[in-house]
Design a protein around this ligand. Structure first.
Ligand code: PEP
Length: 256
């Protein structure tokens, strides 16, 4: 049996009012708090973090931010530091989401700095990688994934030291918010590639322990099949995490 506990993570992006997100998290806590076989995480917008932390209470639901700066403080107007996220109650932070890479020009270099800063501040990074449709069609998927891994984890790679709590999320760009899901076989193929890469670069212990989430139009109807794949350890869910009626069955995928 895998030593990796499944994780279902909801990325709320720039959605939900404070009232809506509080009500959603209260339902998640009521229905899914303290579930044994799965870790549940929510990533609300920055302005909702403290309120959601309070609503989560001691239910075991984990709290993540969707981004951060790599410096701890300073003259960076509009930015949020890792220290501030810890203060707001976050244990995790999503880094390098394709929307950050594509719409806000984040690069592997800045994601590398952020990953390093997250770890040294005590946050667990959820580092996102994934190819575009064009790259897939050109047969460049493995090359792109390798490049993103090498760039986003550069400092850790140099030290050959990746904390086992680190989480990777494979999110093919063409499957995010499009309704197109990678087939379980397509996703497994890339997850297996990532696990081999972890093995080659950080050793077998890291490859066995590090969780790789899949993201891209995950829904109640496809989660079970995706989770049946040996190298898929959970899901990073966007659209379907915004409503209890779609997020709860994803969290409870083991029961369906
Ligand atoms: C995401 O943005 O991380 C995501 C996977 O979105 P969706 O589930 O809506 O495709």
């Amino acid at each position: 049996m895998s030593e990796r506990k499944p994780m279902i993570a909801g990325n709320w992006k720039m959605n939900l009012t404070l009232e809506q997100s509080t009500s959603l998290v209260k339902t998640i806590v009521k229905e899914c708090g303290r579930l044994k076989g799965v870790e549940v995480l929510v990533a609300p917008p920055f302005t909702a973090l403290s309120t959601i932390k309070e609503a989560i209470g001691d239910s075991g639901i984990l709290l993540a931010a969707q981004n951060m700066h790599w410096e701890l403080e300073g003259a960076y107007t509009g930015e949020i530091s890792p220290k501030m996220l810890v203060e707001a109650g976050c244990s995790h932070v999503i880094l390098g989401h394709s929307e950050r890479r594509n719409l806000f020009f984040e690069t592997n270099d800045t994601i590398n700095l952020k990953t390093e800063a997250a770890i040294s501040t005590g946050l667990v990074p959820i580092v996102c990688i994934g190819e575009t449709l064009d790259q897939r069609e050109q047969g460049q998927t493995s090359e792109v994934i390798r490049e993103q891994l090498e760039g986003s984890l550069k400092n850790l790679l140099e030290r050959k030291n990746l904390p086992l709590s680190t989480i990777l999320a494979y999110e093919p760009v063409w499957a995010i918010g499009t309704g197109k899901t990678a087939t379980p076989d397509q996703a497994q193929e890339v997850h297996q590639f990532i696990r081999h890469w972890l093995d080659e670069n950080f050793g077998s212990r890291a490859a066995r322990a590090i969780r790789i989430l899949y993201g891209g139009s995950v829904k109640p109807g496809n989660i079970r099949e995706l989770m049946s794949m040996p190298d898929i350890d959970g899901a990073l869910v966007g659209g379907a995490s915004l409503k209890a009626h779609s997020f709860l069955p994803i969290i409870r995928f083991q029961e369906n």
